[in-house]
Unconditional design. Structure first.
Length: 288
């Protein structure tokens, strides 16, 4: 699928999610939702089902505050269990598809001097994305909006994080990485190289322990890193995440079940959470 086709398809998916959520209480018909995104009912149903694997109405049920609060109630024992088992233990609750390395203090101070970063724009289930990588791992993943200068804006943000590095287009390097980002392969974890403060890295490491299809609160994350009162600092670290999806900051929501803000847009956060929960639900059915 081309980047332009993926962008168009995802824009329709995002519009449908927004429309369904805004009109959920009156249960709009399939025809009405399809009309809102300028597709025939048949094509809309097929597009959405191919993307999510479930019906549009079932998808939106995953995003209700009541449903998300039940998920948050499951998060406390889950986090405790992963802490007890350890990330490397055979009994861990989920496969670790991402590993993380933080730059050294010297590398942090020098801002990536001598580092080559290759980047490319690729199609994903959530529209086009700009992925950047070094020989030591993925260092940036930005989900792009529909603005004409979206790529330039994303590159500008990445250069702020790595001000002394050399950036070069290298789609051959990034294409297989972005494919594995959205279709993880067991036993082949993606490696990340991040530049952040010690506190930020601790928060990002905690986020890696949240399985796909699960959500946690800011309080859960603060407790997981041993600083239960540092909610504002945790929120800032979550928002500073430079690697979308792979460091799953979208899985952090408010304790009352509200989704909250997201660096790459609230609709994208809804799409990510709902899509992951749909995949998890399908896997549960298959195992059963």
């Amino acid at each position: 699928m081309s980047v332009s086709t993926a962008a168009t398809d995802y824009q329709r998916i995002a519009q449908a999610i927004q429309f369904l959520e805004e009109n959920f209480r009156r249960q709009p018909s399939l025809n009405e939702v399809a009309e809102a995104v300028h597709l025939s009912p048949f094509h809309f149903q097929r597009l959405f089902s191919e993307w999510a694997g479930i019906s549009p109405k079932r998808f939106v049920q995953f995003l209700t505050a009541d449903f998300l609060k039940t998920r948050l109630a499951q998060a406390t024992p889950l986090f405790e269990a992963t802490e007890e088992a350890g990330l490397s233990a055979p009994s861990r609750l989920h496969d670790l598809f991402v590993t993380l390395e933080a730059v050294t203090p010297h590398e942090f101070r020098t801002g990536g001097v001598g580092l080559r970063i290759g980047y490319g724009v690729h199609a994903t289930p959530f529209g086009p994305a700009l992925l950047a990588a070094t020989s030591r791992g993925v260092c940036g993943l930005h989900l792009l909006d529909a603005e004409a200068d979206a790529v330039e804006n994303a590159l500008r943000e990445m250069r702020k994080n790595w001000p002394q590095a050399e950036f070069e287009p290298d789609a051959a390097l990034t294409a297989p990485l972005v494919a594995r980002a959205f279709a993880p392969v067991a036993g082949q974890p993606l490696h990340l190289l991040v530049r952040g403060t010690n506190f930020q890295v601790k928060v990002w490491e905690a986020l890696l322990r949240v399985p796909s299809g699960q959500v946690v609160s800011y309080q859960h994350v603060a407790q997981a890193i041993g600083q239960p009162r540092a909610l504002q600092a945790v929120g800032s670290a979550v928002g500073a995440n430079p690697v979308a999806v792979l460091i799953p900051c979208h899985r952090v929501i408010r304790k009352e079940g509200a989704l909250g803000q997201y660096r790459w847009g609230c609709v994208t956060k809804k799409a990510l959470i709902g899509w992951e929960m749909a995949q998890a639900a399908r896997q549960t059915v298959q195992v059963a």
